[in-house]
Design a protein around this ligand. Structure first.
Ligand SMILES: N[C@@H](CCC(=O)N[C@@H](CS)C(=O)NCC(=O)O)C(=O)O
Length: 316
């Protein structure tokens, strides 16, 4: 993937993504505006458009918020082709991967429409505002939070009285699990990998123990914390376990975590956001470091439709 400097897309990415000890470091998001009732970006159905990619777990957060809150009609989506190209994320001219909003052929064109002098990485998800013709945000955590705040008067994904617990789980799960799988997969030294994989499984063990007695991460109902964990779980056995060497255990080896993951999958709308075959194609696409021949493995077969013992829903 390349990077944009002063509005010019550079195919060769000069930015180092690992530190001196070989640890992977994710670049900070660059555009972080917020939808608010009285600001420039107001919560109006039909006003916003999401740029996503099926294989991206960060974009998956935004797709989950949209599905869980029933915002499919209020917020439209364009999906980038789920593979890496020298031009970064790209779109087809027509079909399932066409940009129905701006007719762009690459995501860097969308960033350039937002700001002709844009400098930074070209990442999904992007929340685009049709009215001001600008990007509201390219930070998935903010998009998930703001969709819940702006489009759900009941604030079910992040109830104020649960905020502290939600933030506590988020603060543990982001570095060790969501980004932890990348820290394992993109590590450039044995030590960096060992550190990432150990902390990843320590957190998964802890969550599994918690879910033995708690239906969801925070109490009985689904919150933002669950929607942030789910994208990593959805990709775990088909992608991270093998492609990123996160193989101490599989998700399906964890009795409670696996039951909980299937209960989240069974929430209305969630299954439509999960594409295991696309995850495989994406994570096993040719990579000089990780998969030079680009051969995509056949398995494992993961049965997401096996009924869960618990049933989960958003708060009433
Ligand atoms: N902070 C961003 C990270 C998003 C991100 O890293 N997306 C990846 C895809 S999974 C991407 O677009 N990478 C392209 C690049 O870094 O050049 C967020 O959470 O929204």
């Amino acid at each position: 993937m390349g990077v944009m400097v002063e509005g010019v897309y550079q195919v060769d990415d000069p930015a180092p993504q690992t530190d001196a000890a070989g640890r992977y470091e994710r670049a900070a998001s660059t555009i972080r505006n917020w939808i608010t009732p009285k600001g420039s970006y107001r919560p109006e159905p039909g006003r916003y458009h999401l740029y996503a990619a099926w294989n991206c777990p960060w974009a998956h957060r935004a797709l989950l918020a949209r599905a869980a809150l029933g915002l499919q009609d209020a917020i439209t989506v364009t999906y980038a082709l789920p593979r890496r190209t020298p031009q970064g994320w790209v779109f087809d001219a027509s079909g399932d991967f066409a940009d129905t909003e701006l007719g762009a052929l690459s995501l860097h064109e969308v960033y350039a429409r937002h700001s002709p002098a844009y400098t930074g990485r070209i990442t999904v998800p992007v929340l685009w505002d049709r009215e001001t013709r600008s990007i509201v945000s390219n930070e998935s955590a903010d998009i998930l939070r703001m969709l819940g705040q702006a489009f759900d008067p009941a604030q079910r994904l992040c109830p104020p009285d649960k905020l502290e617990d939600i933030e506590r789980w988020n603060a543990l799960i982001y570095p060790t699990v969501n980004n932890g799988v990348y820290r394992a997969g993109f590590a450039r030294t044995q030590e960096a990998y060992d550190e990432a994989v150990t902390t990843l499984f320590a957190t998964l063990d802890k969550i599994d123990a918690h879910l033995a007695t708690s239906p969801a991460l925070v109490g009985d109902h689904v919150t933002e914390a669950d929607l942030r964990l789910f994208p990593t779980l959805a990709r775990f056995d088909v992608a991270y376990h093998y492609a990123f060497k996160c193989n101490i255990r599989k998700l399906s080896d964890y009795p409670h975590l696996w039951d909980y993951a299937r209960a989240l999958y069974a929430l209305p709308g969630v299954a439509t956001t999960v594409r295991p075959e696309i995850y495989k194609q994406g994570y096993f696409s040719p990579s000089e470091l990780r998969n030079p021949l680009g051969i995509v493995p056949a398995g494992p077969i993961v049965d997401w439709n096996a009924p869960a013992q618990r049933s989960l829903s958003l708060a009433p």
